[in-house]
Design a protein around this ligand. Sequence first.
Ligand code: ARG
Length: 425
Amino acid sequence: MPEAEPTALSASYLASRDEVERVLLLYSGGLDTSVMCKWIQDEYGAEVVALTVNLGQPGEDYDVVRQKALDLGAVAAEVVDAREEFARDFIVPAIKANAVYGLGYPLFTALGRPLIAKIAVEQARIHGCDTIAHGCTGKGNDQVRIEGTVATLAPELKVIAPVREWQMGREEEIAYAREHGIPIKGGAEQTPYSIDDNLWGRSSEGRWIEELDRAPEQDVFQLVTPPALAPDEPEMVEVEFEKGVPVALNGERMGLVDLLEKAAQIGARHGVGIIDHIEDRIVGLKVRDIYEVPAAAIILPAHAELERLTGTIHQNRFKEGLDRQWAYLVYAGLWWEPLRVNLDAFMDSANETATGTIGVECFKGVARVVTRSSPYAVYDASLATFETSGGLFSQNASPGFIELWSLQSRMAYRLRESLEEGQDG
Ligand code: ARG
């Protein structure tokens, strides 16, 4: 058998310099991707088409971002508003699966990356690009999610990840930016936090966050009010669900994007959804993230409560395990894995009865479920009450149940006792 050609590239989907002619650049408008926009033109002699995907990043001015890319020499600059698709096809399945990773990360970045990369593939094809470029480092999960998506959906496209290869530090990047007339926003003195945000939440990494023994500095919170400064009056939010999908807030029906934004506003006002999280990345590192997830902090507990009420004990216990599997697959960058699709079919089925309204009280950093109602609630107040016995539930039947329910445990316990006594004697 002939030996395989030795290659400098560590994966087949990576582009070598000579095959790159037109690059679709995932462009945020920040320092890294702005430097990349120029760097790719200079180093590869390639054309750049910039793409910015709107997933509901609060306060972003997409016209400014677009113009910045054109000013940096991009031959075209696209902005795609994918908020509806993100909400419907990514956040809703996450809600149905009660998706959190670790001790409370609701996966907003992990959900956004496969969609961003899918749109990058579509735009690369429209613009005749041969390569997709992104600004991820070699240390994070996002490179896995983006490159995994591109390699899955578009085997004909190649990938470059300049930040992983150029080995410029922040100082050098700033020098490069100055030299090439790239505007630096927010000043060059202070290293900024590394931010990622969308409709479902916001993360900050870097700076003091890397020192685990340091409590959060207030300037990191750009979305959620510090709980101590939140209003002194609690606010009630009633979330109505139909088959697991949130459809109304406080009795007012609205589209998903509006609903998520509105929930985020209420939560943010009351200091709800701050998560200081140590995380096991899939690339081996443990990292600390500061999350602000005001919408998820209201909607996820509401949904979980509704399922508790409408599912049987067996459905509820089983689903917990599958929820965790779903969250792990998505966290781990395997959105396109068929198992996720299988699990979604289960989630949809399990959510057939997740219809009803849950009231969540928001107050100084806490979102707490306080009211529930559902036509599918497997609940009968007349059975649950201490007052009476009869009907479907006979208290007289309980002792017989207890005798049989504990039978094996009692036998095993006594067996061990008697064997241990034998040894002692
Ligand atoms: N730790 C989270 C995750 O892996 C958030 C990552 C945020 N990404 C970023 N480029 N700042 O999904």
